[in-house]
Design a protein around this ligand. Structure first.
Ligand SMILES: [Zn+2]
Length: 88
């Protein structure tokens, strides 16, 4: 999931452009609301949700660790996973 567009909380890539602040604020709020709705709908429907943030995949040396975390999650019963670079 893209850190900028989907507003990865506390992430250095979730910057806010200085121009057209009202536009960006509305855009970001709508994106986050939609993401929350979709996640809620999926979890409510019995699906499992894994979010791998863009920042976790930017450094190639982290990719094996991210892959391992996802693999372990897939084998678990945990319904939700969220991975960002801060985790590694
Ligand atoms: Zn991020």
């Amino acid at each position: 999931m893209g850190c900028f567009w989907h507003r990865h909380e506390g992430c250095r890539y979730a910057t806010t452009p200085l121009t057209r602040p009202g536009f960006w604020k509305r855009k970001f709020i709508a994106n986050v609301k939609r993401d929350q709705f979709v996640q809620h709908e999926l979890l409510s429907g019995g699906w499992r949700v894994a979010i791998v943030w863009e920042c976790a995949l930017r450094k190639l040396d982290l990719v094996p660790e991210v892959t391992k975390c996802v693999e372990e999650w897939l084998k678990s019963d945990d319904p939700f996973l969220e991975l960002g670079e801060a985790r590694f």
